[in-house]
Design a binder for this molecule. Sequence first.
Ligand SMILES: [Zn+2]
Length: 132
Amino acid sequence: MWGNESYRKSFPKKAQKSKGTLRGEGPRGKKKTKRTPIPENVKKKALMRSGRYCQYCRKDLLRNRLMPTFHHIDGNASNHHLNNIIVLCPDCHNKADRGVITKEQLIYKLRSSPRPMVGPNMDEINKLLFGW
Ligand SMILES: [Zn+2]
């Protein structure tokens, strides 16, 4: 159908593409889940549980003045359940993001990491969360 073809061509392609900008559709494209910030009380609980250590390599974050990172084990950036959050040093977080450290390894570490006798106090937690 000749007529139909020229009719369609008269509409430039970009006209149908502009759907507005949706959050989470950035150039990285891979992660489509909307990232919501982890509630502060969850971060604090996670830090209490980790006892200021990286829960993977056991590095002392406080002593090394490292900002703790909160990694979503299942990869869902909106699942802020405490059991889905593991406290990692920036090194380990990087590895976890790249898949060098697997989800299974993280879960294992989280389950096997010893509960601290004394967790960090509020002052230490604030330092970890907001810097020095
Ligand atoms: Zn680490």
